[in-house]
Design a protein around this ligand. Structure first.
Ligand code: ASP
Ligand code: MG
Length: 402
């Protein structure tokens, strides 16, 4: 007997038929003798619809009230799923984030979980109940409702799996696993049987939208084995875990992030402390920086370019413009229609030819690279957004279509 946490995304519980389908998966797991804790998201587009409703009455509502509103979506799902399972004759109970003691900080709309009081959960499991928990929501120390950020139910599931020391955490979704590239855009993309936490983290943060990034971080930290699988087909998905079988495959996938803008700060004084000044200013405004490139100095000046999310571009530019003199720069130049294409795989660190092969594929397709960055397990290039799809396809085909 095992303790299994199963998470079902919004499309998997979108209507009565889907709820019955999911109830079948859950009760089969229960019938096999397992303890089952289920986490669900809001049905279909419920969260987006709720956001629209809020806008109708107030274009900039407080984050606290938004959380009160958005948490409703998951509460609808847990009750409907519990009723569906009840009807099938199984013992079941639904619980909100508050009832399972999902304690978070007070960062409404993007709250972090710091503790789960698993007592209630354990006693329901002792009673042999199937437990259905509302994802995405928690409470802060004032007992106010918080939410974990869009897609946060994955993180709720991993947090519960961690608190209960579950044997497995299954994330059911509408795709049947993690692919070497986005299968909707690149038909030759292949499903992976296994992937490591680090590779998954890179893919998730680089734009593969299968798992909430924080859920992977947490699973890695607590060594919770994850499985990403389809709720519509009963077949094995992709396992995300620490060590994967040695395979010949050195690269694991290609990810595309279209939310990239570049800022170039021109003519910075070429002396110590300038990069420190520039990036401290940006950090003080909580602007996340991704790729950084510094030019070779000439005439006692240098240029520093970096990338940010498009939403942060205006803020970054205004902060720098206000402080041009202090960083001894002459001007700021920006470009906002960029994309980042990344090749990910733990096998890269010991294989020098990989970056060259990636650049060759891009060059053959006549794609100009504006910035490059590498780590032990990835190579990323910044290119024009208009070429993102072509770039990901040619890079993918260079490595996976042999
Ligand atoms: N319902 C929330 C959202 O749409 C959380 C989730 O689906 O994981 O973002
Ligand atoms: Mg999701």
């Amino acid at each position: 007997m095992s303790l299994i946490v199963q998470k079902f995304g919004g499309s998997s519980v979108a209507n009565a038929e889907r709820l019955r389908n999911v109830a079948g998966i859950i009760t089969d797991t229960y019938k096999a003798g397992n303890d089952v804790v289920v986490v669900v998201s809001a049905q279909g587009d419920t969260t987006d619809d709720l956001i629209e409703k809020a806008k109708e009455v107030n274009p900039s509502p407080s984050k606290r009230e938004m959380d009160v509103l958005l948490s409703v979506g998951e509460q609808i799902s847990i009750s409907l799923l519990a009723m569906t399972i009840e009807k099938m004759g199984f013992p079941v109970i639904s619980l909100t984030g508050w009832q399972v003691g999902m304690k978070t900080n007070s960062d409404h709309g993007n709250a972090r979980i710091y503790n789960i009081n698993s007592e209630r959960l354990r006693s329901e499991l002792m009673r042999k109940n199937i437990v259905i928990v509302a994802g995405f929501q928690g409470i802060n120390r004032y007992d106010d409702i918080t939410t974990l950020g869009r897609g946060g139910s994955d993180t709720s599931a991993v947090a519960l799996a961690t608190a209960l020391k579950a044997d497995l955490c299954q994330i059911y979704t509408d795709v049947d696993g993690v692919y070497t590239a986005d299968p909707r855009k690149i038909p030759t993309a292949k499903k992976l049987d296994e992937i490591t936490f680090d590779e998954m983290l890179e893919l998730a943060s680089l734009g593969a939208q299968v798992l909430h990034n924080r859920s992977v971080e947490m699973a890695k930290k607590h060594n919770i084995e994850l499985e990403v699988l389809s709720s519509l087909e009963r077949k094995p998905g992709t396992k995300v875990k620490e060590v994967v079988k040695m395979e010949k495959m050195l690269v694991r996938g290609v990810a595309v992030d279209k939310d990239v803008a570049k800022v170039a700060v021109i003519g910075i004084a070429d002396k110590p402390g300038m990069a420190f000044k520039l990036f401290s200013l940006l950090a003080a405004k909580k602007v996340n920086i991704d790729v950084i490139l510094q030019s070779v100095g000439r005439d006692n000046t240098k240029d520093i370019s970096f990338t940010v999310n498009k939403a942060n571009l205006d803020l970054a530019v205004s902060v720098i413009n206000e402080n041009l003199e202090m960083i001894g720069a002459s001007k700021v130049v920006t470009k906002d229609n960029l994309a980042k294409v990344s090749l990910v795989g733990a096998g890269m660190q010991s294989n020098p030819g990989i970056a060259a092969k990636m650049f060759e594929a891009l060059s053959d397709a006549n794609i100009n690279i504006s910035m490059i960055t590498t780590s032990e397990i990835k190579v990323s290039v910044i290119i024009d957004e208009a070429q993102a799809e072509t770039a990901s396809r040619v890079v993918h085909d260079a490595f996976f279509n042999i």
